[in-house]
Design a protein around this ligand. Sequence first.
Ligand SMILES: Nc1ncnc2c1ncn2[C@@H]1O[C@H](COP(=O)(O)OP(=O)(O)O)[C@@H](O)[C@H]1O
Ligand SMILES: [Mg+2]
Length: 271
Amino acid sequence: MSRTRRKVKRIMADLVCHQRVWDPHVEEKYDVREKIGEGSFGDVYVGYRKSDRKRFAIKMTDSRYDSYVPGYPEELPKEVALMTILRDSPCRFLIKLQEWFLVKEEKSPYGTTIKSIVMVIEHPGLCRTLAEFLKEHPHLERRDARTLIQQIVKAAQACTRKEICHFDIHDHNILVISPPLHIKLIDFGCGLHISHDPENHPQPDTVISPVRAEKRTVNQLVTIVQDIARHCSSIPTGFMEFIAACWSPQYVVEEIQHTVDEILDQPWLRN
Ligand SMILES: Nc1ncnc2c1ncn2[C@@H]1O[C@H](COP(=O)(O)OP(=O)(O)O)[C@@H](O)[C@H]1O
Ligand SMILES: [Mg+2]
């Protein structure tokens, strides 16, 4: 059996034997209400902080890897670590982590440690995913398409500047707050640290090389821009031709066509 298949089998087995539970500390501090999202690794609820009734998204998930945060004495569950690093980013298009709770820690029969965690995340108010937003807006104005694209690319750039690859940028992991038209990139569950020597890293499953990170990010941005362009026929042809030329096929491992910065530097997007 290949290494990847063994790894997938182990993760699936871990999932089956693992039960999620709530932490009493979360419920002491937050009124947890209806479920607003469900994914392969997490359930997301809306919750109100009891002290001031402020609304948050409460994400309950399992974590298999810990990773580092510069300046922190101990490693944190990877998604928490990545969001902690991004809290310092000046970019307003990244969702912010408020606090987190470790609920349970257990060893699986395969020897891996699984941590159940609850993350309390900023809730931007009236919002929907980009997928829902595009369904509701079959015909976008050119100005709105530009705003969405520019903000999404800036969010991806802000991650890379903090040496983080989001790795999973797609229309369900982007929230659109409208009005005003404003996006937030969410879900760092698949994110990785960018490392210049990933092969010799003590935790190779938590890191990615700079070239692979850039390629993955650019390819995901290409898909999103092309999705948005299906809802707006007046995006300049020159821009769309550039976007098509950004795509790197899977087999071109250590080479990239264009960078995230180059997308933002296109005349149509430049401020
Ligand atoms: N901060 C948030 N504010 C509002 N809705 C959110 C927030 N975070 C997640 N959601 C909703 O929950 C869904 C799943 O959240 P996500 O973090 O993507 O979990 P998963 O890791 O399971 O994909 C999202 O697609 C979105 O609809
Ligand atoms: Mg998601």
